[in-house]
Design a protein around this ligand. Structure first.
Ligand code: INI
Length: 160
């Protein structure tokens, strides 16, 4: 019996793309900081001149799937991380954006065979979003870890 699982060591060579939404930038910039901290502490070069990490900013979470698709299909990355924050507030727009980004990200991952991490917070209030982006914990860090795990797992599945 073979048990496949991702490892967290040996991530130093992983090629990563991050798509991050500017909408609710107060939250998403903190998610990005947490994510980069995680990747850096696992040996990935996150400096401005890094040859293994690229970041693409999109206007809002609705635009994430299109850009994630382009990056995932490029063949340059082993994993793509998406970061966004959709906050319900008083608007029904919330449901539209959440449905599109969640279905879109899942479709990109399946269509390209590249793991795409769903790092889009969906909350009722800005306070809840900020709590998940650093006030209590920073889920950006977890999304970085999940990217490393999935990148490693997919590599293991290709060459068992
Ligand atoms: N985009 C978000 O990332 N979060 C939101 O909470 C949000 N709300 O609530 O409207 C949001 N809207 C913008 C949307 O993602 C697109 O950028 C816009 O509709 C243009 O296509």
């Amino acid at each position: 019996m073979t048990v496949f699982e991702g490892q967290f060591s040996g991530a130093a060579g992983l090629r990563v793309a991050i798509v991050v939404a500017r909408f609710n930038d107060l939250v998403t910039s903190k998610l990005l900081s947490g994510c980069l901290d995680c990747l850096s502490r696992h040996g990935i070069d996150t400096t401005a001149t890094s040859p293994q990490l690229d970041t693409a900013w999109v206007p809002g979470s609705f635009e994430i799937p299109l850009v994630a698709q382009r990056l995932a299909a490029s063949g340059r990355y082993q994993v793509v991380i998406t970061l966004g924050a959709v906050i319900r507030g008083d608007t029904p727009h919330f449901d539209v954006v959440v449905a599109e980004v969640s279905k879109g990200v899942a479709a990109v991952s399946r269509d390209t065979g590249i793991p795409v991490i769903f790092g889009v917070l969906t909350t009722d209030t800005m306070q809840q979003a900020l709590e998940r982006a650093g006030i209590k914990s920073n889920l950006g860090w977890s999304y970085g870890l999940q990217a490393i795990e999935m990148g490693s797992l997919m590599a293991a599945l290709q060459s068992p």
